[in-house]
Design a protein around this ligand. Structure first.
Ligand code: AMP
Ligand code: FE
Ligand code: FE
Ligand code: ZN
Length: 281
């Protein structure tokens, strides 16, 4: 088995449609793929159709942008019921807040003479998709301000940039409780990646007590010491260990299947879920 539990489509900041993502996963030799767009389940229906056509196991998931003390923390939620009202309302609130936040980032850039408009950012977005900095990056690339998405982040859009504006995001404890209440299984995405807020051992313990199910240990943004630390903390708190690509199509260097999850760890996740079912080939 080859199990990749973290990938993005055009429903958020990936560059492939949900159907293209699923086809790419099949072509990459994966047996199991999770679609985990930022703050939305909008890609699920198309992905399910593609998974049945392609004959690949599909896990419906999300990646919730959380925040504590102005630092960003990403929480993967596997197999939650998308119609759970509390979860759906929280995701909608985060997506709405991203619209105003984008207006403010574009305004700050315009005030500084960087030529970009909200319309140009919108043009980079699939209908119904979660708006994010990557779409602003793509607009800057399209108008020739920077050559690549990566350089847009490095020079203009990183968390410490003067153009950076935050958006509403729940505390991770709230998000964990919402995912669990919707029958889903919460796993902390890339907990020790430098580009988001790396978290303390004490916070892992706090989140485990709140119902966290697992840690994404094997990930491109983790150094070997980060992986060892995640595996150690998972053992200490009885958490599942996952590994995944965090594929974004051409939007990032991450390749499908570059990190994978052990089948025994994957079955521990499925056992804990009571939201939606895994789509079987
Ligand atoms: P946002 O949620 O709108 O604040 O944007 C964060 C997203 O930007 C993350 O999900 C990443 O996938 C993406 N991102 C962060 N840094 C980079 C980078 N250097 N190149 C491409 N995408 C990035
Ligand atoms: Fe992303
Ligand atoms: Fe993430
Ligand atoms: Zn991700």
């Amino acid at each position: 088995m080859k199990i990749d539990l973290h990938a993005h489509s055009t429903a958020s900041d990936g560059t492939e449609s949900p159907a293209e993502l699923v086809a790419a996963a099949k072509a990459a030799g994966l047996t199991t793929l999770a679609i985990t767009d930022h703050d939305t389940t909008a890609g699920w229906v198309e992905a399910v159709g593609a998974a049945i056509r392609e004959g690949i196991e599909l896990v419906r998931g999300i990646e919730i942008s959380c925040s504590r003390n102005y630092r960003s923390i990403h929480l993967l939620g596997y197999l939650p019921d998308p119609d759970d009202p509390r979860l759906a309302i929280e995701l909608a609130r985060a997506r709405d807040s991203r619209v105003n936040r984008m207006d403010r980032m574009v305004q700050r850039m315009a005030d500084d003479g960087i030529p970009v408009t909200v319309e140009e950012v919108r043009a980079q977005l699939a209908p119904g998709a979660t708006l994010g900095r990557p779409h602003l990056a793509d607009a800057l690339v399209a108008s020739g301000v920077v050559p690549t998405r990566d350089e847009a982040f490095r020079d203009l859009l990183h968390d410490g940039s003067k153009y950076y504006v935050g958006h509403y995001a729940p505390d991770p404890v709230v998000a964990i409780e919402l995912v669990r209440a919707a029958g889903g299984v919460p796993v902390l995405a890339h907990p020790f990646a430098m580009r988001t807020g790396t978290i303390s051992d004490g916070m892992v313990e706090e989140l485990a007590d709140a119902g966290l199910a697992g840690l994404e240990a094997h990930h491109r943004d983790h150094e070997p010491a980060d992986v060892a630390r995640a595996v150690h903390l998972a053992q200490r708190h009885g958490l599942v260990v996952t590994g995944s690509s965090d594929y974004h199509g051409t939007g990032k260097l991450n390749r499908l299947g570059e990190f994978t999850t052990d089948p025994r760890e994957w079955s521990r996740i499925v056992e804990q879920s009571h939201g939606v079912k895994v789509i079987k080939p």
